[in-house]
Design a protein around this ligand. Structure first.
Ligand code: ZN
Length: 477
């Protein structure tokens, strides 16, 4: 095996050095070509090929609503904006890695038949804009953009816009969802900036369209970028069992899906995460369980992913935490306290059904499009004998949690209900969903934000979980 170790004479060595230098130069050149390629801007494709006229000062402006914009309508000064990046396409030419871009302002301008959503960014980002039906939505997907905007953007409505939401949908992927009042045609473009001191602004213009035009533009977007409709992969969960019961704690909502917004600026996703983390810590201290969280930070997790995490973890109990909001402000004062839900295809009341519909729409709010969640075959399985056992355990867990919550005065007036919640459809895992209180009730909203309330409700839930597993141990020694 000495073939490769032939001695090299000095003349040959010079030749080898020359060839090596030539190769190095060639590789440098090709690297340079790759650099040049990254600098060529990718062509953005509008969802619908509609040229919207730029509004002129003579257009009648019906309303302007803005966050992070000055009174003159110009964007607020943006932090850590790289210099010289305002002419359109300079992202790849920066020598040092840049901090993630931020969205620092959002403005909705309504003119006669034109609603313009403008987003002030600290620098240019690649965007994909597409539409979804049922309900009508315009989705703006961007790379990692930090949002420095208030949480109550859902109240940003007018013209064609019913609501605006924003947030992370996956690590490194950000999204703005504009829910519209009907079918629209969309055009998006960056406003060209002549003044380098101003950050770039992404303009998304909406104009009334027919249903046919809307559906055609939706199909075009789907054809251009079919992967847009695939939700991100579920987080890894521990495989196999250690012999201890596995509890999946499911903090509802997250990321772009804030859930209910209530009195005193409370946002459901924040409160339920705070409580879920405290329940986790409380259970860890008791050292009797394996704990799996469907999320432990502010990220979007789809409903199907939550169920998949529970199934992959081979869970012995799935506990989903939420906070309710009364849709009718006239009744906001009356409803307060916690309510426990188990699965039933026939809801225990109309209010329970409406709540399940709202909670089941989480993925839709986040700008995802899914097929109907169950076919009739799966529904018939729900009446199976195997399921009945799981259902009995779910009801038992719910009753034990309810008793503990009742002893500490956490409960609502009608605390035991059932409805067809998507996250509770787990044929082999006892599952309970708890609405911890009503964000629309001022007393509840204030209480639920306090560390003290969160800690007390967490230890009460942990006591209920202990009670459930101690009865199961007695039943199966
Ligand atoms: Zn919820």
């Amino acid at each position: 095996m000495q073939r490769g170790l032939r001695k090299i004479c000095p003349a040959e060595a010079g030749h080898v050095r020359f060839v090596a230098l030539l190769l190095a130069a060639l590789s440098l050149l090709s690297a340079g070509a790759a650099w040049a390629q990254t600098e060529i801007p990718k062509k953005r494709r509008p969802v619908a090929a509609v040229e919207l006229p730029s509004p002129t000062p003579n257009d009648e402006i019906k309303s302007i609503k803005s966050y992070g914009y000055g009174s003159t309508g110009s964007p607020a000064a943006a932090p850590d904006r790289p210099s010289g990046s305002a002419d359109g396409q300079l992202l790849a030419s920066q020598a040092r890695p840049l901090p993630p871009p931020s969205a620092t302002g959002l403005q909705l301008t309504v003119r006669s038949d034109l609603s313009a959503v403008s987003v002030a960014l600290t620098r240019l980002v690649e965007v994909q804009v597409f539409t979804l039906a049922n309900p009508y939505r315009v989705v703006i997907d961007m790379a990692d953009v930090r949002f420095e905007l208030p949480a109550r953007l859902s109240q940003h409505a007018g013209g064609h816009v019913r609501a605006i939401r924003y947030g992370l949908i996956a690590p490194g992927r950000s999204r703005i969802v504009i829910e519209t009042t009907g079918p629209v045609l969309v055009e998006h473009r960056y406003q060209s900036q002549t003044n380098n001191a101003s950050p770039p602004i992404l303009n998304v213009s909406l104009r009334t369209a027919t249903e046919e035009q809307f559906m055609a533009s939706m199909e075009t977007a789907r054809a251009v970028n079919p992967t847009t409709f695939v939700p991100p992969a579920a987080p890894i969960v521990p495989e196999g069992k250690t012999g201890r019961p596995v509890i999946v704690l499911d903090a509802g909502h997250g990321g772009i899906d804030g859930g209910a917004v209530g009195a005193a600026n409370t946002v459901e996703k924040e409160i339920v995460l705070a409580v879920a983390l405290k329940v986790r810590d409380e259970l860890r201290r008791r050292n009797r369980y394996e704990i799996v969280m469907t999320r432990s930070d502010d990220r979007f997790v789809s409903l199907d992913q939550r169920v998949a995490i529970s199934q992959r973890a081979n869970a012995d109990l799935f506990l989903s935490l939420h906070a309710d909001a009364v849709p009718d402000p006239a009744f906001a004062d009356q409803a307060r306290g916690a309510t426990l839900y188990t699965l039933s295809e026939q809801a225990s009341s109309r209010a329970a059904q409406e709540l399940a519909d709202r909670e089941n729409a989480a993925d839709v709010r986040a700008g995802f499009s899914f097929e109907p969640d169950l076919n009739p075959q799966v529904t018939s399985i729900l009446h199976d004998l195997a399921l009945r056992e799981t259902r009995n355990f779910s009801i038992q867990a719910s009753k034990l949690l309810e008793r503990r919550l009742g002893e500490r005065n956490f409960l609502s007036r009608d605390p035991s209900r059932s409805a067809a919640f998507r996250v509770l459809r787990q044929p082999e895992v006892p599952s309970v969903l708890i609405e911890l209180g009503f964000l629309t009730n001022e007393v509840d909203a204030k209480l639920m934000q306090t560390e003290d309330w969160q800690r007390r409700v967490a230890s009460t839930l942990a006591n209920g979980i202990d009670a459930f597993f101690s009865t199961r141990r007695r039943a199966n020694p």
